[in-house]
Design a protein around this ligand. Structure first.
Ligand code: IMP
Length: 427
């Protein structure tokens, strides 16, 4: 029996797609538990590039059952577009299920997302504008639509009449926006219902059946711990829990069944959108990392903010998620930089911190305390064993290991599957 949780340890975009792809080959089921099409995972497999937003990347393996768990929010139009793209690339989607309990992004959600951002002005969050926050808001407010509602047209119509009255009132009165048309939404969503029907399932027996048969399950996280609604830099966070805890509630798998929690960390740090980022580099070094690391968002194409590895964040992720195995990605991007810096503490108004600060206004006075490490100039692309890495790259990884108090088991030195050093297998 083996259930593995995989989480992003920083602000998302750690390169989880590649890691999930590596692990998916050795499992029977991949489940996504939170987020929606705000996520973007890129997988390069045998020279072909695949982009995922909602569908677990395990779909590339025909033997793997892929589950969109009930903790996710699903935009049905985006889901169908992703499905069509995968099919056109020759990928079978026969083993894919969407939980009937997953919430649905409705057409007014992206509109409210954008209007809400506009209203916040300078204090905007920099969301992906996919309607993720407004959809989760409705879930918690108990006026959300679930995927299973598509199979109940009368219920859907009755509920839409009620919910749309509330939404249109907000849209027209607060935002001076045109109202949404009830019939147009119903027609659009009932059209989706037909195509989605074969994928919609009560995933409880699917997941519990796999657990009962001791199948190997991978819980695929999206975003990262620092974007967690509770643990992250609130309010500059996403609206779900991209943590080990979130992957349990979003899949219905109990903590007692978890064998391993894997954290994926980039060898430096990036963030998209606004909010605290203590080790950010706004100079030519930051630009170097952005250009060499190809740090542009998969979903929105936005330039990512870049900075040094922050061990305060990494330790916090390790401790709050119970990460016992670390994957370091993009180590190759650091080739040519000397010296390298790692933040090991913060100083905020003379007070020492070893973990992220809850009060975000304190970040204005937060000075990261760095250790310096010597860099290396060699390309790492052809390294396949830890011993192949230049001594300074080995020392850098060992330092990360010590600072995080968890073992670095896999190191990625390039985008392709083969650009990987496996020190210890993780599933
Ligand atoms: P939302 O999830 O679209 O509401 O965006 C909230 C914040 O999370 C913004 O700063 C986004 O840039 C960030 N975010 C959401 N999804 C991702 C992701 O997959 N990778 C990195 N940042 C993300």
């Amino acid at each position: 029996m083996s259930v593995t949780i995989l989480v992003g340890g920083q602000w998302g975009d750690e390169g989880k797609g590649k890691v999930i792809d590596l692990l998916a080959d050795g499992v029977d089921m991949v489940v996504r538990s939170q987020g929606g099409n705000n996520a973007g995972h890129t997988v390069v497999s045998e020279g072909r590039e695949f982009r995922f937003q909602l569908i677990p990347s395990g779909i590339l393996y025909p033997q793997v059952t892929c589950v969109i768990g009930h903790g996710m929010v699903v935009d049905p139009g985006a889901f169908l577009r992703e499905l069509d793209t995968l099919r056109s690339q020759g990928i079978s989607t026969d083993n894919l299920f969407i939980s009937d309990r997953a919430h649905m992004v409705m057409p007014y959600h992206p509109a409210l997302d954008k209007l809400g951002e506009h209203q916040r002005g300078d204090d905007r969050l920099g969301t992906t504008a996919r309607g993720i926050g407004p959809c989760y808001e409705d879930k918690v407010r108990r006026i959300g639509f679930r995927i299973g509602d598509l199979q109940k047209p009368l219920f859907m119509a009755k509920k839409l009449a009620f919910v749309l009255r509330l939404k249109n009132e907000t849209l027209t009165r607060l935002y001076d926006h045109d109202p949404f048309d009830e019939k147009a939404i119903l027609d659009e969503y009932m059209g989706y219902a037909e195509r989605l029907d074969r994928y919609i399932r009560d995933i409880y027996p699917v997941v519990q059946g796999a657990l009962a048969q001791n199948r190997r399950i991978l819980l695929e996280g999206a975003q990262g711990v620092m974007l967690d609604i509770d643990l992250g830099t609130y309010p500059y966070v996403t609206s779900s829990a991209p943590t080990a805890g979130g992957s349990l509630t979003g899949s219905g798998i109990p903590p007692s069944r978890i064998d391993r929690t894997v954290g994926v960390f980039k060898a430096y740090a990036t963030r998209v959108g606004y909010g605290p980022f203590p080790t950010e580099l706004t100079d030519s070094l930051g630009e170097y990392l952005r250009e060499h690391g190809g740090e542009y968002g998969t979903v929105t194409g936005r330039a990512r903010r870049t900075g040094w590895f922050d061990a305060n964040v990494a330790r916090y992720s390790v401790n709050t998620n119970g990460i016992d195995s670390i994957v370091v990605t993009k180590l190759d991007v650091l080739s040519g930089l000397d010296p390298l810096r790692i933040a090991v503490a913060y100083d905020s108004k003379g007070e020492a911190w070893d973990h992220p600060i809850a009060n975000i206004s304190h970040y204005k006075h937060c000075e990261p305390q760095y250790v310096e490490m010597p860099g290396w100039t060699e390309s790492l692309r052809d390294c396949r064993r830890f011993e192949d890495l230049p001594a300074n790259a080995q020392a850098y990884v060992t330092r990360l290991e010590e600072l995080c108090a968890a073992s670095v088991d896999v190191i990625s030195v390039g985008p392709d599957r083969q650009h990987t050093i496996v020190r210890r297998p993780i599933v």
